[in-house]
Design a protein around this ligand. Structure first.
Ligand SMILES: [Zn+2]
Length: 66
């Protein structure tokens, strides 16, 4: 079984604080993330990483110039 892994753009590893080192992949139907820098692994049970990678666009979206 080959696993599709892809990097999460802009995501920061909660352990080593490096950016763009987190890979997202599925294991037994569950989203997992793994840091290629320090080997940190966790289940993607929350939207923590997605929020981290989307935080900037959300802030921009909330900003209204008027
Ligand atoms: Zn790490």
């Amino acid at each position: 079984m080959r696993q599709k892994k892809r990097f999460i753009a802009g995501a920061v590893c909660p352990k080593c604080k490096q950016q763009d080192t987190l890979m997202l992949f599925f294991e037994q139907g569950v989203e997992q993330i793994e840091c290629v820098e320090c080997g940190h692994q966790q289940s993607q049970t929350s939207n923590e990483v997605k929020q981290a990678s989307g935080a900037q666009s959300q802030v921009i979206g909330l900003f209204k110039p008027e």
